[in-house]
Each structure stands twice: as structure tokens, then as C-alpha cells.
Write a protein that binds this ligand. Structure first.
Ligand SMILES: C[S@@+](CC[C@H](N)C(=O)[O-])C[C@H]1O[C@@H](n2cnc3c(N)ncnc32)[C@H](O)[C@@H]1O
Length: 223
């Protein structure tokens, strides 16, 4: 079985130059909202109504939406794309959000730092498909990754994955087919009926819908 190397992140880390305003926001607020590795084990299990993790939040719009609508829940957003993290940080500051923390790096670096059974819900919206056969190992959803997810998700906790990519749809099914710690609750091969109303269309979902692609939704529950 493929073991993911600890520091193996293949996606883009940086994009355009960060604006002066955003650099200042980073300077002033990153210490408050960016999660430090050594803080993770100190986060209390039952301090909030629910603990929710979004992996690969992109520009963070859905995280902002969820955190504003669920003020009693605690959110951790993770994305290794530096510019996306700063965009999210700006929204957090502008909208006075206080129930979100950002992990601005590869999720695999911190999976083992969380308490076991910590999260009620984990979201992975539109993971990178890494289409070429030789790049499959770069995909986020691998057996080792699911082993870690299984540790940090509560029993009966939910994992929601969406993708508009056909190959990724099969990949997700293959990865879960061989596991007995997750139960496939329902699937949605029709976008409009499947997306929970408390999740908003992300940048990649909007792009897919504009191109008349079907967005597939998978709902798994940990046994
Ligand atoms: C295709 S984009 C989707 C972004 C967003 N969820 C959306 O639907 O618009 C995938 C995102 O996952 C992030 N990502 C991929 N692998 C990751 C990892 N191992 N740790 C953290 N973020 C990751 C990428 O940086 C990228 O922003």
C-alpha cells in the first residue's frame, strides 16, 4: 500500500504577489487565526457544539459561509495554497469571524496531532483530480490518508466529498469500497438534489456548473 511521504505536497503553494493590504492583514492577524502545530493537541474536544474540518478550502468562501451560519461550531480550514489562506484570513478579519482557524499547509503534516474522534464533520470539496495515471499518487484521497481521517473523525461522524471529475468519482468509490470503517450513506449523481443547502458553490463547483458538468456528492459515515 502506498505510504504518503510526510512532506509531499505537489500542488501550487504561491500565486500572484500578495497586495500590501493583505500583507498587513497577514502581519497583524496571522498569529491569531493561523493554527500552530503545537496548539493542536490543546484544543478542547467539547468546547464547541461541533468541530468541522474543511480540507482544501480554495478561496475559503464556503468556510466563511458555514462559520457565519453556524456560530456555535468550531471550524478548521486547511489549504496549502498561501494566497488562498490570506484571502480567507482577510474575510475572517473583515467579517469579524471568531470560530475559524487556518492551517496554511499540507493537511498530512497535522493529521496525527488532533485528538482521536475530534471532528463531527470533514469536507473535501473538489479535490485536485491529478488526471494523469503517473500522477495518481499525488491525489489527496489515498488509503493512508483515510486511515488518518478515520482516527480523527468521531464515530458516526460524516465525511463529505464532491467532485465534477469522472475519474475522481471512480477513484473515490474504489478507495472506500475496500474499507469497512466508513459506510457509504448516499450518493448524489445529480448536483441539484445532492448538495446540502448549508454548503455554497465553491469556485471549482461554479466553474464545473458553467461548463455543464455534473457535480457528484459522496456522503460517508464513520462506523
Ligand atoms: C481543486 S482545488 C478546490 C478548491 C475549493 N475546495 C473549491 O472547490 O473551489 C483543491 C484545493 O486543495 C488544496 N490541497 C490539495 N492537497 C492539499 C493538501 N494535502 N493539504 C492542504 N490543501 C490541499 C489545493 O491547494 C487547492 O486549493
Amino acid at each position: 500500500m502506498f505510504q504518503r511521504n510526510k512532506n509531499l505536497f505537489y500542488g501550487r503553494r504561491k500565486g500572484r504577489r500578495i497586495s500590501l493590504t493583505n500583507s498587513k492583514i497577514f502581519e497583524h492577524y496571522s498569529h491569531k487565526f493561523y493554527l500552530q502545530e503545537e496548539q493542536i493537541h490543546k484544543i478542547k474536544l467539547n468546547e464547541h457544539r461541533k468541530n468541522i474540518l474543511e480540507i482544501g478550502f480554495g478561496n475559503g468562501d464556503n468556510l466563511v459561509h458555514m462559520s457565519l451560519n453556524k456560530p456555535y461550531d468550531f471550524f478548521i480550514g486547511c489549504d496549502a495554497y498561501y494566497n488562498g489562506c490570506i484571502k480567507l484570513l482577510k474575510q475572517i478579519v473583515d467579517k469579524n469571524i471568531n470560530n475559524v482557524k487556518i492551517w496554511p499547509d499540507d493537511i498530512n503534516l497535522i493529521m496525527k496531532k488532533f485528538k482521536r474522534n475530534f471532528f463531527d464533520l470533514i469536507l473535501i470539496l473538489q479535490p485536485d483530480p491529478w488526471q494523469k495515471k503517473k500522477h495518481r499518487r499525488r491525489r489527496l484521497i489515498q488509503q493512508k490518508f483515510l486511515d488518518d481521517i478515520s482516527q480523527i473523525l468521531k464515530n458516526q461522524g460524516e465525511l463529505i466529498i464532491s467532485t465534477d471529475h469522472e475519474e475522481m468519482k471512480s477513484w473515490v468509490l474504489e478507495q472506500f469500497h475496500i474499507r469497512d470503517d466508513f459506510k457509504w450513506m448516499k450518493n448524489g449523481y445529480h448536483y441539484k438534489n445532492a448538495k446540502p443547502e448549508w454548503i455554497i458553490d465553491t469556485k471549482y463547483t461554479n466553474k464545473a456548473l458553467k461548463n455543464n458538468k455534473v457535480v457528484n456528492w459522496f456522503f460517508f459515515k464513520k462506523n
